[in-house]
Design a protein around this ligand. Structure first.
Ligand SMILES: Cc1cc2nc3c(=O)[nH]c(=O)nc-3n(C[C@H](O)[C@H](O)[C@H](O)COP(=O)(O)OP(=O)(O)OC[C@H]3O[C@@H](n4cnc5c(N)ncnc54)[C@H](O)[C@@H]3O)c2cc1C
Length: 484
């Protein structure tokens, strides 16, 4: 077990010397300022530490690092772009853990447009990969606000979602194969690009969404699609969230599944976005109860522009959409998306707040939001609820901004209690407390509380079989221990 073998704080310096001796000076960061950069979460709410940061350059070096950590009884926290929002990528026991950063493994090994596939190393930044693929006329559909920083290995390890899920699925559906360094240093080479391969259990699946608890993903083979060179983006004003769900159903049918994004935003979105970006233009006048940012895209012979026009004509005639604007250029489309992205920054500017990442069945979403917001404001009438997100997937971020003027301690108390209130409503709707961000360390207690016995048994058996010394990302997802 990790705790029995782990060296004490006094032996810290000799441990780092041994790591450097095993892996080379170049691959081990120990300067406290350097290490600190890898030990702060994206929001800057939590800062921890680590014995060292390991930065291998190749799969063989990852295997060597894993063997050294196993020998020295060190826990390994894999890290990609460190944009995860649930504290999965930063240590929770600084004296016993190292961060293993994949940032120097960023090569794109192949892009094969004829095979509609590519092979990329885990440390490649998502947007770098998307750009490289686009240069070959191809498209990798994973798209999220953090794409300029997050890395492919992190995306696979969290089974990331994002704005295009409703058309292309979660990351899992884009992955064809994986290369993984297992906790004993063995390399699992599953980098096939076959689309059909039913030779028994599909082992890659256990590493997708595992948040680094079963091994370190070093490379990924993925599906590509033709680049959608026609994109129509519209910001639409509606009378209610119920109408947004009706609009979504209608759009899926009328647009022949060419819809690639459907984001719901409340009226407060514009205020929040402008608090973060005062110069951002807001293209719709008036104050409507609900807004949808919608995108249709395609390539080849379809005419996306006229499809959007005809669709909007119909839904406006039927009163489903009361106002709206269609982007006339890429720059205008970008500004519409900045409203959605600026909302997050605007909330952060208002101070510490309660954030959720929930899913319930699509048909129940409006009632769920109404019930959860009511439960929160009944208890804290001065709080502001902000509900928005990838509504087409039944995924909503129901966040709570505590009243202005509270002390830091009072804010934390509101955050804690409102999270419990919202999770109770999620349970009533048999929803998920983590639609796409994972469990990490932040949601571990809430996850464990809700874990049925059979699922816990299977997860524990899997962990014990693959990582018997429990060195991979200890403390993340489940508090795995032999006696539970
Ligand atoms: C502004 C913003 C917007 C976001 N929007 C979305 C969104 O729309 N949808 C969504 O799903 N997420 C979103 N996220 C969350 C985050 O970007 C994703 O979870 C992303 O996939 C994390 O990638 P990363 O490289 O930053 O991983 P990290 O944060 O570095 O790590 C995440 C987890 O994966 C593990 N890990 C990382 N790399 C490896 C590896 N190579 N092998 C094994 N384990 C590894 C880590 O230990 C950790 O547990 C957003 C985050 C931000 C900041």
């Amino acid at each position: 077990m990790l705790t029995e073998n782990t060296k004490s704080r006094d032996e810290g310096s000799s441990l780092t010397e041994r790591l450097i001796a095993a892996l080379g000076q170049d691959a081990v960061l120990i300067d406290p300022d350097d290490v600190a950069r890898y030990c702060r979460d994206w929001h800057g709410d939590v800062t921890t530490g680590a014995i060292a940061v390991l930065r291998p350059r190749s799969t063989a070096e990852v295997a060597k690092a894993v063997k050294a950590c196993s020998k020295f009884g060190l826990g390994i926290v894999p890290q990609g772009g460190n944009t995860g929002l649930v504290l999965g990528g930063i240590p929770d026991a600084p004296e016993h853990q190292v961060v293993l950063s994949l940032e120097r493994m960023s090569a794109i090994r192949t892009i094969d447009p004829d095979d509609f596939s590519a092979v990329v190393e885990a440390g490649c930044i998502l947007s770098t990969f998307k750009d490289a693929v686009a240069e070959k006329g191809m498209f990798f559909p994973l798209a999220l606000g953090a794409q300029g920083t997050c890395r492919i290995g992190g995306n696979v390890s969290t089974n990331a979602g994002g704005i295009n899920v409703l058309r292309y699925g979660m990351t899992r559906e884009l992955v064809l194969g994986l290369e993984v360094v297992l906790p004993d240093g063995t390399i699992f080479d599953g980098l096939s690009t076959l689309r059909k391969d039913n030779r028994g259990i599909d082992l890659k699946q256990i590493f997708i969404g595992a948040e680094g608890t079963l091994g370190i993903i070093t490379a990924v083979s993925v599906k590509l699609t033709p680049y959608p060179d026609q994109v129509a983006t519209a910001l639409l004003a509606l009378s209610s969230l119920d109408d947004a769900i009706r609009l979504f159903r209608r759009a899926r049918r009328d647009c022949c599944d060419l819809m690639s994004a459907f984001e719901f935003m409340p009226p407060l979105a514009f205020t929040l976005a402008q608090e973060a970006m005062p110069a951002l233009p807001i293209p719709i006048a008036g104050d409507y109860p609900a807004y949808v940012l919608m995108e249709i895209s395609g390539s080849g012979l379809v005419d996306i522009e006229s499809l959007m026009e005809r669709f909007l004509e119909g839904v406006m005639e039927d009163g489903l959409v009361v106002d709206g604007t269609v982007a006339a250029s890429q720059a205008q489309a970008r500004n519409l998306w900045l409203i959605r992205e600026g909302m997050n920054e605007g909330q952060a500017k208002r101070g510490a707040h309660m954030r959720t990442d929930i899913s319930v069945s699509l048909s129940q979403l409006p009632q769920f939001i109404a019930d959860a917001e009511k439960a929160v404001t009944d208890r804290f009438p001065d709080c502001v609820c902000v509900s928005y997100g990838h509504v087409g997937d039944g995924n909503v971020h129901l966040n709570v901004l505590p009243a202005a003027g509270l002390s830091a301690g009072e804010r934390q108390a509101v955050i804690y209690e409102t999270k419990t209130i919202v999770n109770t409503v999620v349970d009533r709707y048999q929803g998920s407390i983590s639609a796409e961000h994972g469990i990490g360390r932040l949601k571990r207690a809430d996850f464990e509380e809700r874990l049925p016995g059979a699922r816990r048994k299977l997860l524990t058996a899997l962990k014990q079989a693959i990582d018997p010394e429990m060195i991979m990302n200890p403390g993340c997802q489940l508090n795995f221990s032999v006696n539970r």
